[in-house]
Design a protein around this ligand. Structure first.
Ligand code: AFP
Length: 343
């Protein structure tokens, strides 16, 4: 019988190798896994149980909430608030960080999550996912917002669950990236993609082309060169993908390479991009770098950014290392003048 390593076994065996990682961390990960299994079941059942469509409300981001945005947010909060592993939580769907009720014990970790990334896809039956990030909190004091606003390089764990044809979990604790497939028959995630690595070269980019007129010149130049194909300066043809679900884009890049861009654009200069640093860019950056890729705003490494607010947005360029570094070089060539140039 093939030795199918379950996620639980994998986490416990990793815990033995991680200095200072207590059973609390292992239990916290298992709590997140349980919540994601519940979400997977709901996403899979869809309209059979009436969870599709709009909730008729907006979140802090000013985005129309899907019913599943709220349901999955509540599943994550309910699964994590009582466990005694957390000192607090933050969610894309909640304006402020979420305190642990007084009647529950507090732990030493902070969990930040996007409970349903790509939710605009849910009604058209395309892949969505849950993204999570774990920080260590100061012990013996009540957490404050400042405990959350930490550089992505301080994360102790990051992961996502992709609810696609298979339900996949991708996880890093800073010792590489591993992928697990949910075996629905036994309700366990099984290690199916050990030690995931991103090829440094690629011929595939992912960007929402409808925003082209709003991009800065370095991104305009990069995409134009890709579109010119083998007749252009790159001397090769490129393929394009856009799934409008970051978790699906990142998973594709982990399996075959590629570059994903949601860059700064001029539609609303007060918003540096679309993606949120705390629970989208930072966890994905940790995973991508641990798999040998790179993740940048074009001007700085995402994991080096000191966040100033919980729902801060950043430009995101991530994937195959050599391609990301080329795009960074285009930003350097154009300097900061690019930001002031209007389309
Ligand atoms: P939603 O969760 O609102 O669908 O946004 C998903 C997302 O944050 C990210 O997962 C996608 O890559 C990106 O937005 C898609 O943005 P566009 O809809 O502007 O293409």
């Amino acid at each position: 019988m093939t030795n199918k390593v379950t996620l639980t076994q994998f986490i416990i065996e990793q815990q033995r190798e991680l200095p200072g990682v207590s059973g609390m961390f292992t239990s916290l990960l298992n709590d997140i896994v349980t919540a994601c299994k519940k979400i997977s079941h709901l996403v899979n059942r869809g309209e059979l149980i009436g969870v599709l469509g709009s909730a008729g409300s907006e979140n802090i981001q000013g985005e129309v909430q899907k019913k599943l945005d709220i349901i999955t947010h509540n599943i994550m909060v309910d699964a994590l608030c009582w466990t005694g592993h957390l000192a607090g939580m933050a969610s894309e769907e909640a304006e402020d960080w979420i305190k642990i009720p007084e009647y529950y014990p507090k732990g030493k970790y902070l969990a930040l999550f996007d409970p349903l990334d790509g939710s605009s896809n849910i009604d058209i039956n395309l892949a969505v996912g849950t993204i999570f990030s774990i920080l260590r909190c100061r012990e013996g004091v009540d957490p404050s917002l400042e405990d959350f606003l930490r550089k992505g390089s301080e994360q102790v764990c990051a992961g996502f669950v992709l609810y696609g044809p298979s339900t996949m979990m991708v996880l890093t604790t800073g010792h590489g990236v591993n992928g697990f497939t949910l075996d629905q028959a036994i309700g366990e995630f099984i290690l199916t993609h050990p030690a995931m690595r991103i090829p440094p070269e690629t011929g595939e980019f992912a960007i929402n082309m409808s925003n082209k007129r709003f991009w800065e010149p370095p991104v305009q130049r990069y995409i134009e060169e890709c579109l010119q194909g083998e007749a252009g300066p790159r001397g090769k043809n490129f393929n394009m993908r856009w799934i409008a679900s970051m978790v699906a884009e990142v998973y594709r890049i982990l399996t075959r390479g590629g570059v994903f861009l949601y860059p700064f654009d001029f539609r609303d200069p007060s918003r540096a991009g679309r993606l949120r640093i705390m629970y989208e860019a930072n966890p994905m950056a940790f995973i991508i770098e641990q798999a040998g890729g790179a993740c940048s705003t074009g001007r700085e490494r995402i994991l080096d950014i000191k966040p100033h607010s919980l729902h801060q947005r950043v430009p995101v360029i991530l994937g195959s290392k050599n391609e990301v570094e080329r795009i960074i070089s285009y930003h350097k060539e154009l300097g900061d003048t690019a930001v002031t140039q209007k389309p």
